[in-house]
Design a protein around this ligand. Structure first.
Ligand SMILES: [Zn+2]
Ligand SMILES: [Zn+2]
Length: 426
């Protein structure tokens, strides 16, 4: 991937902001595993590596270790049987092995990458991700979701300086993981709608170029829906590239705005609910995909059913809202809501701009039917039952998720125009 050209295109961006990222090199190609050693050598990764993988990703990366050793690297290994959760304990295990090494290479996706992302940052070591599945857009991310106790927190760290992905390996990744990457990517269209919505209502900074980078990547993935389940190197490579671009778009804008909106917050609500009760989690992109479909239905029904809206004072029942979150997070909920993000909305502007918002929704968002068709083609789940969410938890999440984030979303403005979100479902 030509990162230099990408940055060059964004020089003197008309939006007025300086855009940059810290990822130095992204190599997505067929058979690139055998060149991994050369790549890390030319990126000054030292000589002593710690490789962190699980049994599946380690066996999928066949040839990687040989390539590294051929280039003169010594490779110390930490191979987990399976690692579903990124926790402080995992970070400590990686750190305990990091004293006598120069750099860390994480072989896999999700949690494996996340513990290494934090450990390499804390130990001040260079970091490479060798991706084994196109499953989510966090590869280029500079933050890591870490489970601490029964809570999830987002730790700000550094992104990997190198990302390597062999399309031969990606193409053979489990369909569930590829479909998960698809689910994470369709969210970018909704995210863009809400980013533009906030720009209209609050004047939040919006960059056309970053938006088109992220939306362009999403559209590319959507156009490949029919091929996601195939073992096609070309498709898997294109999805991987889109996922990396989405991550870079967040870094370039310095917020997750281009990639994440109400659907991610709703998914996060479900995740926290299950975490507090020790219920196993589904893959990120599976949940986000279903949440995206629900949000598409909600947004489109709102603009279909309401030709005009009237602003009204919202009267949140804070005792009720606090009761939905663990007591230990009360301070966070307070910090996120006082002052309220809705204070940024110029009074009267939702009413005044409603037509514009409706037009935007029709212009940007797919219909629910279109989205269902592409999701099914891509092997992505479309029903809450598919991701272990009950009707009750669906309604609870819809009602309370907007208070988990200090961000203007379409779902956060609904109480300001007297619309009950649950009434917007079909
Ligand atoms: Zn810009
Ligand atoms: Zn995501």
């Amino acid at each position: 991937m030509n990162l230099t050209a990408l940055l060059k295109d964004l020089e003197n961006c008309p939006c007025g902001r300086k855009h940059s990222f810290d990822v130095k090199r992204v190599e997505i190609a067929s058979g690139v595993t055998s060149k991994a050693g050369e790549i890390l050598e030319s990126e000054s990764f030292g000589k002593r590596l710690l490789m962190v993988a699980d049994a599946n990703t380690y066996s999928a990366s066949n040839g990687l270790e040989a390539s590294l050793e051929k280039s003169g690297f010594s490779v110390k290994k930490l191979i987990y049987p399976d690692l579903r959760v990124a926790s402080e304990e995992g970070i400590a295990e990686v750190l305990a092995l990091s004293n006598d090494i120069d750099a860390i290479i994480s072989v896999g996706t999700g949690s494996l990458n996340d513990i290494c992302r934090v450990a390499s940052f804390r130990a001040k070591k260079k970091f490479c991700i060798f991706a084994t599945a196109p499953s989510m857009d966090g590869f280029a991310s500079n933050s890591a979701p870490i489970i601490s106790g029964k809570f999830k927190e987002s730790l700000f760290v550094a992104p990997p300086s190198v990302i390597i992905a062999d399309t031969r390996i990606l193409a053979n990744a489990p369909i569930e993981l590829k479909a998960s990457g698809f689910g994470d990517m369709i969210a970018k269209i909704n995210a863009d709608f809400e980013w533009r919505l906030s720009n209209i209502l609050t004047g939040e900074h919006y960059c056309e170029r970053i938006s088109s980078l992220s939306v362009g990547a999403a559209k590319k993935v959507i156009s490949l829906a029919d091929k996601v389940c195939e073992k096609s190197e070309e498709t898997a490579g294109a999805i991987m590239e889109a996922l990396v671009i989405s991550g870079l778009a967040m870094a370039l804008e310095n917020t997750s705005r281009p990639a994440s909106g109400a659907e991610h917050i709703l998914s996060h609500y479900w995740e926290c609910y299950k975490l507090a009760r020790d219920i196993p989690q589904e893959f990120h992109g599976k949940k986000v995909g279903v949440a995206t479909l629900l949000m598409t239905e909600i947004f489109r029904n709102a603009v279909d059913r309401y030709e005009s809206v009237t602003e009204c004072p919202e009267n949140p029942d804070w005792d009720d809202i606090y009761s939905k979150f663990p007591k230990e997070t009360a301070k966070d909920i307070e910090r996120l809501n006082f002052p309220s993000v809705t204070d940024k909305i110029v009074p009267g502007s939702i009413e005044k701009n409603w037509q514009k918002i409706r037009e935007l929704a029709y212009e940007i968002l797919p219909t629910k039917q279109e989205l269902i068709r592409t999701m099914r083609a891509a092997g992505a789940p479309t029903e809450i039952e598919d991701i272990g969410i009950s009707r009750d938890l669906l309604y609870e999440g819809l009602k309370y998720h907007p208070y988990m984030r200090h961000r203007i979303t379409f779902t956060r403005i609904l109480p300001l125009i007297g619309i009950d979100i649950c009434d917007l479902l079909d």
